[in-house]
Design a protein around this ligand. Structure first.
Ligand SMILES: C[S@@+](CC[C@H](N)C(=O)[O-])C[C@H]1O[C@@H](n2cnc3c(N)ncnc32)[C@H](O)[C@@H]1O
Length: 341
């Protein structure tokens, strides 16, 4: 499961790192179903583009919405080999989610599924497994999306994997690291190249780039010294601070710091201006930044913004082509990732 809008990035990463075979991609839904060799399962948690991973035990369609259909869900769950994952010495919990209209609630689904799992385990071992809703050893995820039922085992517990351990400084408008990773991939950057994030906030983009590349030249700047300090703290926690250069600079002055074509890729998450309440102020920053960025950038600029219409309007005037655009989910917003060349 991932951030809606970057499913193709998950496909590329899982094929490259896990030799995965793609079974189904739910574009815009943040779900990718892949087939992975069992020996490689433990490496799934190393994927940088996903929020969580599950072992899918059942995927079926045509689950009906009437109250009496709860017993069909119970029967389907009872047919699965839960004794392979849960035994009387491990605690478990069922987390159920539901999208669409049904005559039963997700709590009722969790209850019948939990009963079915207890039955499956008890008939194998003679004892029931204990339920622990707060800190279970095993989490069974049941998703009913309209008439489609997914039953799976969570691989990484309740917390989403986009919460990287290095976030010791919480920037107020931090980018999800999975989106930062996706933007780096979308830029087409290769090892040995340079990347600048001139509005780097807590440093998410350069830090993710430092995980991906061993020999990249990485720069992280922001005009707010507090954020630059925070970015250094995060990079230290991520053990990559020596691989990134940090400085305080206005993004409208980057041509004073870097020479012509000195930076291969600018990848950035500029302010959207929503909280500032004045889009004109932010648009002025975009225009000047893009004007000077053109002088120093060699390959492309990748930005994520809700101001995409404005950027698309001014890009040709400033000598750029928009070569790629896509909508992604970011919190409760739907910004676009744009690639300018
Ligand atoms: C959306 S935040 C970036 C968050 C960052 N990607 C992260 O994950 O922490 C935008 C950043 O742009 C910075 N910023 C705004 N205008 C700027 C300018 N003219 N020059 C440099 N930085 C600027 C803000 O200080 C803020 O940290």
């Amino acid at each position: 499961m991932t951030n809606p809008g970057i499913e193709d990035v998950v496909v590329d990463e899982s094929v490259a790192k896990l030799n995965a075979k793609v079974v189904e991609v739910r574009e815009g839904r943040g779900r990718v179903i892949i087939d992975v060799d069992e020996d490689l399962l433990e490496f799934v948690s190393e994927l940088r583009s996903i929020h969580r991973a599950r072992i899918l035990l059942l995927h079926t369609k045509n689950v009906c919405r009437e109250k009496e259909c709860l017993k069909n869900i119970r029967e389907l769950v009872a047919s699965l080999p839960f004794y392979e994952y849960i035994n009387p010495w491990t605690t478990f919990a069922v987390r159920a989610e539901r999208v669409g209209e049904h005559e039963y609630t997700s709590l009722e689904i969790a209850k019948v599924a939990g009963d079915a799992i207890i039955e499956v385990v008890r008939s194998k071992y003679g004892h029931r497994p204990p339920v622990d809703l707060d800190y279970p050893n095993v989490i069974v995820a049941i998703d009913l999306i309209f008439d489609e039922l997914f039953v799976s085992i969570e691989l990484g517990g309740d917390l989403s994997w986009h919460r990287r351990g290095y976030r010791v400084y919480e920037h107020p408008a931090a980018l999800k690291p999975t989106l930062a990773y996706a933007m780096i991939r979308i830029s087409g950057m290769r090892d040995g190249e340079s990347l600048l994030d001139p509005m780097c906030g807590g440093g998410t983009i350069p830090i993710e780039a430092a995980y991906v590349f061993e020999d990249a030249k990485l720069y992280c700047s922001d005009f707010n010294p507090r954020h630059v300090k925070g970015a250094i703290m995060n990079a230290k926690a991520a053990l990559v601070d020596k691989r990134i250069k940090f400085f305080v600079l206005d993004a409208r002055d980057i041509d004073k710091k870097f020479g012509e074509n000195a930076i291969d890729h600018i990848v950035s998450n500029p302010p959207y201006g929503i909280r500032l309440g004045n889009p004109w102020r932010v648009r002025k920053v975009y225009r000047k930044f893009l004007e000077v960025a053109r002088k120093i950038v060699n390959k492309n600029i990748v930005i994520i913004t809700t101001e995409h219409e404005y950027v698309k309007q001014i890009a040709p005037q400033l000598g750029y082509n928009i070569v790629h655009e896509r909508v992604v989910a970011h919190g409760n917003l739907w910004p676009k990732i744009l690639v300018l060349e």
